[in-house]
Ligand binder design. Structure first.
Ligand code: PEP
Ligand code: MN
Length: 270
């Protein structure tokens, strides 16, 4: 058996060069292969929505020289074009990961983004979060739309971030996971399934609990929010793990995973 976990960690949003630098120095210690720091942020209310275009080079410069793959959410095809243009100027061989968030379920956008990725000379991976509502057919079809746009399946990853809660939910979570459905999507579509415990948990304590529970399931990796000073984070302040909490979580992951035969951690399987 040779299982590889894809580990993605980093702040919810890129806020400054210093913030990313501080985070990367801790993530490097754990050999995290992919660092997230979103440039563009979808917001429930019209507030600060990311550093945007002006952070593109900061993201590349603070990750690629360390051998780390940078990752950001993209909302519209233009974001992929801007990233691709910057990659051309920066270093033609760089790999990046972009993701489509739970709110971004327009299949024309999914297809257009997939098409841009497939036409790019760079190795761009596409991770897609599940939609907000609980519907397995819709979830599985996200992959079909990406493939219809021309994406190579080897570049695609699913990521479970929970579903919106029912009105009477007493879970205390921000979103509710369905581990069983995630495993069924993974099996039916034969594609890697990651878990994002941060957007399920909604706070640090829940995030850690969800991650521990998820270690009992066959997820192919995790995407975890971590911030060097969560108390002043501009987005998702309650759920981003501190650097110490992140170390605690990583020790847990290593302990559980290294007890499974053949598991390799800290290595990108993308
Ligand atoms: C995020 O990853 O920061 C994000 C906005 O996630 P989601 O789309 O799952 O809400
Ligand atoms: Mn977030």
């Amino acid at each position: 058996m040779d299982v590889k976990k894809t580990l993605i960690a980093g702040p919810c949003a890129l806020e400054s060069r210093l913030q990313l630098k501080e985070c990367v120095s801790e993530l490097k210690r754990w050999k995290i292969p992919i660092v997230r720091a979103s440039l563009w942020k979808p917001r429930t209310l019209p507030k600060w929505d990311g550093i945007g275009d002006e952070g593109i080079f900061t993201l590349l410069e603070e990750t690629l020289p360390h051998g780390i793959i940078p990752a950001t959410e993209v909302l519209i095809p233009e974001h992929v074009q801007k990233l691709t243009q910057a990659l051309k100027e920066y270093d033609s061989k760089s790999e990046v990961l972009v993701w489509l968030g739970a709110r971004n379920q327009n299949h024309l956008i999914q297809q257009e983004i997939a098409k841009l990725i497939s036409l790019s000379e760079h190795k761009i991976h596409l991770l897609c979060k599940n939609q907000m509502w609980r519907d397995q057919t819709h979830w599985e079809s996200i992959l079909d739309h990406a493939l219809a746009g021309g994406l190579s399946k080897s570049r695609f990853l699913f990521c479970h971030r929970g579903f919106s809660k029912g009105i009477n939910s007493s879970s205390g979570l921000r979103n509710e996971p369905d581990f069983e459905m995630a495993m069924s999507v993974k099996k039916n579509k034969r594609a890697p399934m990651l878990l994002d415990p941060s957007h399920i948990g909604g706070n640090r304590e829940n995030t850690i609990k969800i991650l521990e529970a998820a270690l009992q399931w066959d997820f192919d990796g995790f995407m975890i929010e971590v911030h060097s000073n969560p108390g002043i984070a501009k987005t998702d302040r309650d759920q981003q793990l501190s650097l110490d909490e992140f170390s605690f979580v990583m020790e847990k992951i290593f302990k559980v995973e290294s007890s499974k035969e053949g598991v390799r951690l800290g290595k990108a399987s993308v």
